[in-house]
Design a binder for this molecule. Structure first.
Ligand code: IVH
Length: 675
């Protein structure tokens, strides 16, 4: 790709066009082919370069620019939009016999002619029609009632695997339409639910609901963060009619024009081949990164589709083979209680182990007391357990009450530390209120060290267990006094890893205030709230001493969040923790506002490649703390380019513009001493 080293003689429009082409290539590699060629950081860097050009020259912005995927305007509600031709659903075949019956009808209706089937996975999401004009994405409409749906264009635009530009039209007419399924992969789904739990929001029951909910948000920025995918399965002209003579060809055309088409598809010569396709993927269902609920089988030839026509409800040329629900009947032998980071007690059903679609299930989450009440569940009952999109199985309903059933009661004392358990009014969860509860402590450390919080590499579950159980760590603050010697004495810990972990802990001292705030595990204070609080108050001190009213003066902080923050800082044990973290040298001041008097004031740095010891975050933070600026791309305004191993195009650019290139040693020499 040519745009990595932009030619300075190019106009901004040409530079932008080059960058877009490069970005599109990498998006396709990443989102459609699952084969990235560059790192996320390099991708972000390209996006930022394009954003910079577009910000400076708004006239070069095009509607299909990759930068348009985010930042579309929120809207009042969704407008209705009509479909070019009805979006129908399919009749179902629930077993092999029904599939063969379908095939017999088809054979009869086609009067002995040869025919072929296309078998595709039936992805469990929601169907969407994406309209294009002159090869550019124009509008997306949900299925709605099949005739009229909702215009979700701005939200659909945030789906990375939905091409904003296809390069060509399949017909002479500039308008065409791709229909397909918007889905959420398991990974994105689990991440979303974990995040929601953290924020005290309810979980989505399955990826389909999560996908549907995400597409109907009024804030496209939020949809963008939800990571949806779009798999195309129909290509139609402006009138909603097929374009190519066969369905298979239309799938191929879309796959060749930037659409994500599920490669798990087959052209089958007869119903036997269709059945083996269905069986093959039923066996693999658990390993797929997304949820499927069956296989869609379509007659390949469009002429034959026309010949077969439609019933009142559905096409006669297609059918959905539905997999059996992944449910199993089993007995609840006991109900245990687990303690999480916030002290929340989660009841977990201990099941008589059963295999559900190839996976042994022996536990199911019951979420909280209310859920147990809703199910009317008691220990000893026979229940129906389902593995839906959720990785953790859940109890769907009580099938039969046990003859010696017994009521579950939330313990009054924490099962781990014996601390008092309380359930506050209006809350679903009961909590252990002992901040030093080992179960809470382990969860707290896990959270503290996790990526995106204090990012302490190497501090994994096994180590945390040993540290807490061995009494080496009684509070997250103790992490900062650990020595390599202490760690080396632990199981499976060599001197080198021990030294590395101590170094990583040490480094976390440079994490900016919002990260430190987020690390405390204050309920309802996630990444964004922490950022807004730091922005508003500037120091940990001011946040810790603010009243509930004052806290609400920060953006997006309502009474519930303010109360939770104030409550946290009122707790003497938390005050002590804060004091110890301050003594350990963590960042208690918000440094984003650059110090204009720092030694690096007026200097702009660009970082590229991997530096020998400094992490990207840390280098950036320390430069900024010293008054300098860190930019994403090299320009004439750059003072120094700091290059590490595998430095990329930025290094070439620096040479081209004759910007001085330095290494980590030189950078460290410019930075003020620590502490
Ligand atoms: S074809 C008239 N192909 O399953 C044909 N549908 O009732 C209608 N689905 O609403 C759909 N994957 O949301 C088709 N490869 C696929 C599909 C698929 C998932 C969904 C779609 C539709 C339902 C079928």
């Amino acid at each position: 790709m040519s745009a990595n080293a932009p030619n300075m003689h190019q106009t901004p429009a040409q530079q932008a066009a080059d960058l877009r082409e490069t970005l599109r290539h990498h998006e396709h590699q990443y989102y459609v082919l699952d084969h990235p060629e560059i790192s996320d950081a390099e991708y972000d860097d390209l996006i930022r370069r394009l954003q910079a050009i577009e910000a400076e020259h708004p006239d070069v912005i095009t509607p299909d620019s990759p930068t348009r995927r985010v930042g579309g305007k929120p809207r009042e509600g969704f407008q209705k939009a009509g479909h070019s031709s009805p979006m129908l659903s399919l009749d179902n075949a629930l077993d092999e016999a029904e599939l063969r019956a379908f095939d017999n009808r088809v054979r009869e209706l086609l009067g002995g002619a040869e025919y072929r089937y296309v078998a595709e996975l039936k992805m469990d999401g929601l169907s969407l029609a994406a309209r294009y004009r002159d090869g550019i994405f124009e509008q997306a409409i949900t299925r709605g009632d099949g005739a009229i749906g909702e215009d979700v264009t701005e939200n659909a635009r945030t789906i990375r695997s939905l091409p904003l530009r296809t390069g060509a039209s399949p017909t002479a007419d500039p308008a065409f339409e791709a229909r397909g399924e918007a889905v959420m992969h398991h990974k994105a789904f689990d991440r979303l639910n974990a995040q929601r739990e953290e924020q005290g929001l309810s979980r989505f029951a399955n990826p389909r609901n999560a996908a549907a909910g995400s597409l109907r948000l009024l804030e496209p920025g939020v949809t963008a963060s939800r990571r949806l995918d779009f798999y195309a399965y129909f290509l139609l002209d402006a009138a909603g009619q097929p374009i190519f003579p066969s369905h298979w060809e239309s799938l191929d055309w879309m796959a060749a024009h930037h659409f994500k088409v599920n490669p798990k598809r087959a052209l089958c010569r007869d119903v036997e081949e269709v059945i083996s396709f269905c069986n093959k993927y039923e066996a693999q269902r658990e390993e797929l990164p997304y949820e499927i609920d069956g296989v869609v089988i379509k007659i390949d030839s469009i002429a034959q589709q026309v010949q077969l026509g439609y019933t009142a409800r559905a096409p006669r040329w297609a059918i959905a083979f539905k997999y059996a629900a992944r449910q199993v009947e089993t007995e609840v032998e006991d109900i245990l209680v687990q303690v999480g980071r916030t002290g929340a007690l989660t009841p977990v059903a201990v099941l008589a182990p059963k295999v559900v679609s190839g996976v042994m299930v022996s536990r199911a989450t019951l979420h909280n007391e209310d859920e147990i009440g809703r199910l009317g569940l008691q220990i000893g009952d026979t229940v129906i357990v389902e593995r839906s999109g959720d990785v953790i199985p859940k109890v769907v309903r009580v099938k039969m009450q046990g003859s010696r059933r017994r009521l579950f009661q939330m313990p009054a004392e924490c099962p781990v530390c014996g601390g008092r358990v309380v359930r506050e009014e209006g809350e679903a969860a009961s909590r252990c209120i002992n901040v030093n509860c080992p179960a809470r402590l382990k969860e707290s450390i896990r959270h503290f060290a996790s990526r995106g919080v204090m990012s302490i590499d190497g501090l994994g579950d096994a180590l945390i267990e040993q540290l807490v159980d061995g009494g080496l760590v009684k509070s997250v603050a103790d992490l900062y006094t650990l020595t390599a010697g202490q760690l080396t004495a632990l199981e499976r810990m060599g001197p080198k890893s021990a030294a590395n972990i101590v170094l990583n802990i040490d480094r976390s001292r440079f994490m900016p205030l919002p990260r430190v705030l987020g690390s405390l595990g204050i309920r309802f204070v996630g990444e964004r709230t922490a950022e807004l609080l730091a922005e508003h108050f500037g120091t940990m001190e001011r946040i810790a001493t603010a009243t509930v009213e004052q806290l609400q003066e920060a953006q997006e902080v309502g009474p519930k969040v303010a109360e939770s923050i104030a409550e946290f800082f009122r707790e003497p044990q938390n005050q002590e923790l804060i004091e110890r973290l301050r003594a350990a040298g963590l960042m208690f001041e918000h440094m984003v506002r650059r110090r204009p008097d720092g030694p690096l004031a007026g200097f702009t740095f660009v970082l590229t490649g991997t530096l020998p010891t400094l992490k990207r975050d840390e280098a950036k933070f320390r430069i900024e703390a010293a008054g300098g600026k860190v930019a994403g791309s090299v320009s004439k305004k750059t003072t120094f380019v700091v290059a590490g191993e595998d430095a990329g195009s930025k290094l070439d650019k620096a040479r081209q513009l004759e910007i001085p290139v330095i290494g980590e040693t030189e950078l460290l020499a410019m930075l003020p001493e620590l502490k």
